[in-house]
Design a protein around this ligand. Structure first.
Ligand SMILES: O=C(O)C1=C[C@@H](OP(=O)(O)O)[C@@H](O)[C@H](O)C1
Ligand SMILES: C=C(OP(=O)(O)O)C(=O)O
Length: 432
């Protein structure tokens, strides 16, 4: 259990948060199936990315990790070797689903397992479309891990996604790379496109049509190892953007943050809520990036719906926290995907906000939140429930408490942000 710090004098300073989780996973995967060496700088050493790293070592890829620098000795699209034990996906949905797509076309069998939370998450959403490519994935009766991926020759397919999910899309792209002709994958709504961007950098032909939804993948590319600099993770920066906005006397600069438009929903939310936010784009020849300045803000309420969700999916707990400190009623709808994350993030966010005295109504696909100027603590023990993003949301909420709050199951934060409390301390500048 962790005693959470408060910030009576606000948060100040400049911070570069760690590398992006989604991009770190993809750099490991695409580097491993490329020929020659790939160098990754500013790699995220969160537990999720370490699960991906270990899985590729288990599949016979030599990978060195020193600090946040990774060297991969790529084995090419046909060089992976069967592991002699089940691959442990840990807590990581991204690792599991993307690897299912990649392993579906490999000439061997793989067994995938994960922690208790991951074993509850839906995997049919990947297994079903992969079967259209000729893939074979056996899941538990509930459609979850443990899974057996029985590698098969894959066929070119045109597939319309049934869920707005970058993980499912990316799994199908990785399968399509191994198919016997060009495939087309059509999304419901645009989702993060890091897989497409990185595959192009490594030499694959992956085209996104003008509609922003239709992706054509040419098979059997010769991927060439590259040098990748991972930008800072906007999903991690978001905790301090929200902290800066809701904590009195704050002014924070977050540098080199990834500003890929499929990820910047939290910036639009902050702008719509009239937060004091300045976005300064920086030149970049890869993923867009920039610096973000946030200051203590008077927040207006917000309403967001289904079309807004993909670009802010992992920040929705923070949107709820912003709403809890805005002047008036906010509504989040169309966010039923939250129910199948590390926890049911609608239920867990509602539970934690109620401990702070917030009036919040739970909806099947979101919540209605009544903003308030200060917390009215009902329960001093907050809980991550084993969900990294819930743990960090609670730590940010506690900054403005005038009583001491604690956090149970704080270790979950290491999944995506191992240095979170050290970075928070830096911005607290020695306050208790
Ligand atoms: O592709 C990715 O890296 C991710 C996609 C999202 O999941 P879904 O594809 O399930 O929406 C997101 O919630 C997750 O944290 C990372
Ligand atoms: C949902 C998340 O990750 P994953 O699906 O990879 O477990 C997340 O990081 O919030």
């Amino acid at each position: 259990m962790k005693i959470l710090p408060t910030a009576p004098q606000g948060l100040q300073g400049t911070l570069q948060v760690p590398g992006d989780k989604s991009i770190s996973h993809r750099a490991l995967m695409i580097g491993s199936i490329s020929e020659g060496e790939t160098q990754i700088e500013n790699f995220l050493t969160g537990e999720d990315c370490l699960s991906t790293l270990q899985a590729f070592r288990d599949l016979g890829v030599q990978i060195e990790l020193t600090g946040t620098q990774v060297t991969i000795h790529g084995v090419g699209l046909t060089g992976l070797k069967a592991a002699n034990h089940p691959l442990d996906m840990g807590n990581s949905g991204t690792t599991t689903r993307l690897m299912m797509g990649l392993l579906a076309g490999q000439p061997f069998e793989s067994h995938l397992t994960g922690d208790d939370s991951l074993q509850k998450r839906p995997m049919k959403r990947v297994a079903e479309p992969l079967s259209q490519f000729g893939g074979r994935i056996d899941l538990s009766r509930a459609g979850t891990l443990p899974a057996t991926v029985i590698g098969q020759p894959l066929h070119a397919t045109n597939y319309q996604l049934k869920v707005a999910s970058a993980q499912v899309k990316s799994a199908l792209i990785l399968a399509a790379l191994q198919a016997d002709g060009p495939s087309t994958i059509k999304e419901l709504l645009p989702t993060r496109d890091h897989t497409e961007i990185m595959l192009r950098q490594f030499g694959a032909e992956v085209e996104t049509a003008a509609d922003g939804l239709t992706i054509t993948v040419q098979p059997q590319p010769k991927l060439r190892g590259q040098s990748v600099v991972v930008p800072s993770d906007i999903s991690s920066a978001a905790f301090f953007l929200v902290a800066g906005a809701i904590t009195p006397h704050s002014a924070i600069i977050l540098t080199n943050v990834n500003l890929n438009p499929t990820r910047t929903g939290i910036l639009q939310v902050l702008q719509k809520m009239q937060a004091d936010l300045t976005i300064t784009p920086k030149p970049s020849d890869g993923e867009p990036l920039g610096d973000l300045t946030i200051k203590t803000s008077d927040l207006a309420p917000i309403e967001i719906g289904a079309a807004d969700i993909p670009a802010v999916i992992d920040e929705l707990p923070l949107v709820a926290l912003l709403a809890a400190r805005a002047q008036g009623q906010s509504v989040i709808r169309g966010a039923e995907e939250l129910r199948v994350k590390e926890t049911d993030r609608i239920a867990t966010v509602v539970s934690e906000l109620r401990k702070l005295g917030v009036t919040v109504e739970e909806l099947p696909d979101g919540m209605i939140i009544q903003g308030r100027p200060a917390w009215d603590i009902q329960d001093h023990q907050l809980d991550s429930y084993g969900d990294h993003r819930l743990g960090m949301m609670n730590a940010i909420a506690a900054l403005t408490a005038d009583e001491q709050l604690t956090l149970a199951n704080e270790a979950a934060i290491r999944v995506s942000y191992p240095t979170f409390f050290a970075d928070l301390d830096h911005l607290l500048g020695g306050q208790a």
